[in-house]
Design a binder for this molecule. Structure first.
Ligand SMILES: *[C@@H]1O[C@H](CO)[C@@H](O)[C@H](O)[C@H]1NC(C)=O
Ligand SMILES: *[C@@H]1O[C@H](CO)[C@@H](O)[C@H](O)[C@H]1NC(C)=O
Ligand SMILES: [Cu+2]
Length: 237
């Protein structure tokens, strides 16, 4: 009889300890997902920034953006047959290389359909100087920059004035360096898979977070039951 009670007591104690241990582990997991969720949310929305192409005449607006590595830039093409093409600072209105960023000539649309939104992922903090390759647009000042140098002579104004004097301009042969698709910048829009790893990771975080709370209370409930049974044993004795 005493043996039985002792083993019940031991069982209660062990399960209480186990519940306590599990409890601690879950709290850490819950805290981690709580911490991870706001940071991925804050990095997800500002990480996608929009540039209007040809909305106000021959311009990119804004024409200067700072985007962290992993961030995305959406070029929204308004009607006008413009392009986005990457140049090197020293040679405006011409491709940086055969494989550098190029959207192709885009008819554009004010309805922002997927054929008029070109999304580019920024991979590092190096400046990305770009231009519109349509006849005379670059020379007229349709240029922009992502992550301009913080100081020094390489400014957008200098790039723009150099572009005004360019005689020969060109674009790459093929569309490259970005993807066409619907906007990820406008909130809660469904996006094509290659377009939105950041918003996908945000939504996978939330179920983990919501799932953690019931597990936590289940463990708390278990340890409560264990303590109750412990009392019961003591009472019977
Ligand atoms: C867009 O511009 C390019 C280059 O000037 C030209 O070849 C193409 O025909 C134009 N497309 C339209 C639809 O006007
Ligand atoms: C970043 O890397 C991806 C994948 O290689 C590429 O498609 C994209 O064009 C790169 N971004 C820039 C600005 O070059
Ligand atoms: Cu243009």
């Amino acid at each position: 009889m005493l043996d039985l009670m002792l083993s019940i007591f031991m069982f209660s104690f062990i399960s209480a300890a186990a519940a306590q241990y599990g409890n601690g582990g879950d709290t850490t997991a819950a805290e981690t997902s709580t911490k991870a969720s706001p940071s991925s949310t804050t990095s997800a929305s500002p990480a996608v920034q929009t540039v209007e192409v040809g909305q106000n005449g021959l311009s990119f607006s804004p024409d200067t953006l700072t985007i962290s590595p992993g961030g995305k830039i959406e070029f929204h093409f308004n009607p006008g047959n413009h392009t986005v093409a990457q140049a090197s600072f020293s040679n405006p209105c011409n491709p940086m290389s055969d494989t550098s960023l190029f959207s192709g000539f885009v008819p554009g649309s004010s309805t922002r359909d997927s054929s008029s939104i070109f999304t580019v992922t920024v991979n590092d903090t190096n400046p990305i100087w770009y231009y519109c390759g349509q006849v005379e647009h670059c020379q007229t000042g349709m240029v922009g920059v992502i992550n301009p140098p913080a100081s020094g002579p390489d400014t957008l104004a200098a790039f723009k004035s150099a572009a005004a004097n360019i005689q020969k301009f060109s674009v790459p042969v093929s569309v490259q360096g970005g993807v066409f698709g619907v906007s990820a910048a406008s909130a809660s829009s469904s996006t094509i898979a290659s377009n939105s790893p950041s918003s996908t990771s945000t939504s996978t975080t939330s179920p983990t977070q919501t799932g953690a709370a019931p597990i936590l209370s289940a463990r708390t409930y278990m340890s409560f039951i264990s303590i109750l049974s412990l009392f019961k044993v003591l009472f019977i004795m």
